[in-house]
Every structure is written in structure tokens, then in C-alpha cells.
Write a protein that binds this ligand. Structure first.
Ligand SMILES: Nc1ncnc2c1ncn2[C@@H]1O[C@H](COP(=O)(O)OP(=O)(O)OP(=O)(O)O)[C@@H](O)[C@H]1O
Ligand SMILES: [Mg+2]
Length: 384
């Protein structure tokens, strides 16, 4: 029987997590050595899952590591961004003190109140304990100064107790949308990142272009301050090893390789769509057929079409035509006669159209070949 965790559409963990052994090993080394990271991958390619799984690996190895993921997805203004970052830091400070002292919650409470009460005095701190878990609330509105104090204190305490702290900021590009174009929050993070002894900062985000601007443009504070860790798609062999036993458990037969090939081919090994298609196929009571797999994919494409209708309608004509051509013929040479003729747009417009599609994160370069990022959009475009 399928477990709802076998092919999750959200974070993949434990048994649902397929492979990425090399990436996890490398990431562990980087995190422990204090190499600040930019985890770069397109939307829904497994950034959060990989980081969380790697962190579980570290805990399993009993490393003196604590971790937080601050997700800025819904932080819409400057104060809420600062608030989230400060809260993340204070949670880690308390966790570091707990780990260092190994005390009972009651004793820890007075240590936390004493250690943090002084440093955060000007922000009117109050402390509470709920079901054994201690938290600090600050009475003044989150500010840049508060962020600086929080990150400095976190570094100081983690250094004093030799604890490695991983501070992950997810959807980091949101920061630039609320940073008043002065990039002073990025500046404060850079300052602390440069001075960090025991904190490893990890940045990731799903808006590729904004992430590139924040970390690759020389006018921005974090320019050339991070190790770029690029996440590729999971290999076919790894998927076979992962999916084969799940097939056997479900239908008590060996995997049908033509269906496996269909899954790999149709989804282009995009991890979200592999899980989506498998979750649909695994709903089947009897051993699936290729017709059933095709039907499952059609359902997914229809769902995606209704969800993305507005985005598709808003595309310019040249963009639609180019997407259709790329769905039929992924290509290295977008200005070659054959491709331009297939797309049926003026040759002089092709470069511009390709750049627009790249900026919208609708297409990507896979080892020099331009492809559509979402296999569902590719199916929609091919039919269009
Ligand atoms: N190693 C893996 N094994 C199996 N499935 C995975 C793996 N990594 C990611 N997935 C699946 O891919 C999808 C996206 O995963 P995740 O949310 O980790 O990606 P993300 O890059 O953080 O997404 P976003 O761009 O929305 O932040 C989910 O359906 C998840 O279950
Ligand atoms: Mg994510």
C-alpha cells in the first residue's frame, strides 16, 4: 500500500529521499568547515529537502551542530524580514545554550535570562517557557541594529561552546524586495558572515535571477562571498534503485521497465514531477500499464494548465512560439535556421525572446542545450 510519504510533493525525507549521497557528503564537509554557501537550483528541484536531509545526517553522526531554516517566502516588508531573521538567531542562541549546558529547562531558563537579558537590554526582552521550550520576545520593533546584535551574540555563544551553527535563509531573494535598494540588511549579513567563527550561512532561493543579482553582482554586499553549490537533477540509475523496491512492495512484481522509462522521459527527471507522476501511478490497484501511466500524466498536465492558465495567457506570442519549438526540439543553436523556422518568429527576435524566457525561469540551459524547465509546461506547449 502506498504511504503518503513515498512520493511527497513537499519536502522529501528519510525513505522518500532518493540518493544524493555525493551531494550530502560534500555538503556536510562544507557546512562543518564553515564555508558559506549559495545552494543554487531551479524551482522545486530539491534544495530544501537536500539541506534538511544533510542536517539529519549530521545529527545522526552526532556532530555538535545546530540548524535553523528561516523561510522568507511570506516576509513581505522590511520589519517582517528583520523579525524573522532575529527570531531565527534567538532560537539558535537558546538552543546553543541548551546544548552547551545540558541542564534541566528550569536551570536553563535562568541562564538564558541572565545571558541574554543584558545583551538585549535595550530591546526590552522578556522570556517565557512553554512545555519545556524557552523563547525570548523583544519588546521593540525589529531593526538592523537588533539583527547585528543577535548575529554577534549567536557567534559569540557558539564559539564559546564549540558548537557549529548552520543558519539557512530560504527564499533569500525576498530580502532584496524589501531592502529599500540600499541593501543594508544584506550588508549586515555580510559583515557577520565575514566575522563568523562558528556560523555557516546558507542562502537559497527559487527566483534564479534575483538570487544571481544578490550574490553575483559586484555592487551587492554578498558579491563573491559564497561557495556556489549547484544542484543537478537526480540520475536515472539512482531513481531506478529508489523506485524499484517501491514498485515491488506495491504490486509484488518486478518493475515494468517501459513504464519506468516513460516516467524518466516524460518528467525529464524533474524531482517534483517524478514524485507527482509516481504518486498518481501508485494509486492504481492492479499492476499499471503504459496506458495508465499516460493517462496519469495527462491528468497532471491538465491540472497544471488550469493552475498556470494566467501565466500562459500572459506570455507574448514570440515566447509561446519559442516554447512550442523548444518542446519539440530542445536545441543548442537557437538562432540556427532550422530552429528559427520551426519557431516561426523573425530571426532577429530570437535572442531577445530566449532571454525573456530565461528571465522568467521558464527555460534553462542543460549542458549547453536550451530546454523547458517544467515538463508539464513542455507537454502543454507541444500540444499548443
Ligand atoms: N532527493 C529527493 N528524492 C525524492 N524526491 C525529492 C528529492 N529532493 C526533492 N524531491 C521532491 O522534489 C520536490 C521539490 O523538493 P523541495 O521542496 O525540497 O525543492 P526546493 O528546491 O526547495 O523547492 P522550492 O523551489 O519551492 O523552494 C518535492 O516534491 C520533493 O519531495
Ligand atoms: Mg525550498
Amino acid at each position: 500500500m502506498i504511504k503518503n510519504t513515498d512520493f511527497p510533493l513537499r519536502i522529501a525525507a528519510d525513505e522518500a529521499f532518493c540518493n544524493r549521497v555525493d551531494e550530502r557528503d560534500k555538503l556536510k564537509k562544507l557546512l562543518l568547515s564553515g564555508q558559506h554557501l549559495w545552494l543554487q537550483a531551479h524551482r522545486r528541484h530539491g534544495k530544501s529537502s537536500l539541506l534538511l536531509q544533510t542536517f539529519k545526517d549530521l545529527q545522526h553522526d552526532n556532530k555538535n551542530v545546530i540548524y535553523i531554516r528561516v523561510d522568507l517566502a511570506f516576509a513581505s516588508d522590511r520589519v517582517s524580514v528583520l523579525n524573522k531573521l532575529c527570531q531565527g538567531a534567538s532560537t539558535l542562541i537558546i538552543e546553543a545554550l541548551r546544548m552547551a549546558r545540558q541542564t534541566k529547562p528550569g536551570e536553563l531558563f535562568s541562564i538564558v535570562a541572565q545571558q541574554l537579558g543584558e545583551s538585549f537590554n535595550r530591546y526590552a526582552p522578556s522570556f517565557s517557557i512553554d512545555k519545556g521550550s524557552i523563547s525570548m520576545k523583544l519588546g521593540t520593533e525589529a531593526s538592523l541594529d537588533m539583527l547585528e546584535t543577535s548575529l554577534q551574540k549567536l557567534n559569540e555563544i557558539s564559539k564559546a561552546h564549540n558548537i557549529r551553527v548552520v543558519f539557512m535563509i530560504d527564499e533569500f531573494q525576498q530580502l532584496s524586495k524589501s531592502d529599500n535598494k540600499s541593501f543594508d540588511i544584506e550588508g549586515a549579513i555580510r559583515h557577520n558572515l565575514e566575522l563568523a567563527d562558528n556560523i555557516t550561512y546558507v542562502f537559497c532561493g527559487s527566483e534564479h535571477n534575483l538570487m544571481c543579482q544578490a550574490l553575483e553582482e559586484n555592487i551587492r554586499p554578498l558579491y563573491k562571498h559564497t561557495y556556489r553549490f549547484e544542484l543537478k537533477r537526480i540520475s536515472r540509475d539512482s531513481y531506478l534503485k529508489h523506485i524499484q523496491p517501491l514498485w515491488l512492495a506495491q504490486w509484488q512484481t518486478d518493475i515494468d521497465h517501459s513504464i519506468f522509462d516513460y516516467i524518466m522521459q516524460t518528467t525529464q527527471r524533474h524531482p517534483y514531477y517524478v514524485n507527482y507522476l509516481c504518486a498518481e501511478i501508485w494509486l492504481c490497484d492492479s499492476t499499471p500499464t503504459i496506458e495508465l501511466a499516460e493517462q496519469a500524466w495527462r491528468k497532471i498536465v491538465e491540472d497544471e494548465l488550469s493552475v498556470n492558465k494566467k501565466m500562459i495567457l500572459d506570455l507574448k506570442n514570440n515566447e509561446k512560439k519559442t516554447l512550442r519549438a523548444l518542446a519539440i526540439l530542445p536545441t543548442q543553436e537557437v538562432t540556427a535556421n532550422r530552429f528559427v523556422t520551426l519557431a516561426n518568429i523573425p530571426a532577429g527576435s530570437m535572442k531577445k525572446t530566449i532571454n525573456q524566457l530565461l528571465n522568467k525561469d521558464l527555460i534553462y540551459l542543460d549542458e549547453g542545450v536550451y530546454k523547458i524547465l517544467s515538463p508539464a509546461l513542455a507537454s502543454i506547449a507541444a500540444d499548443g
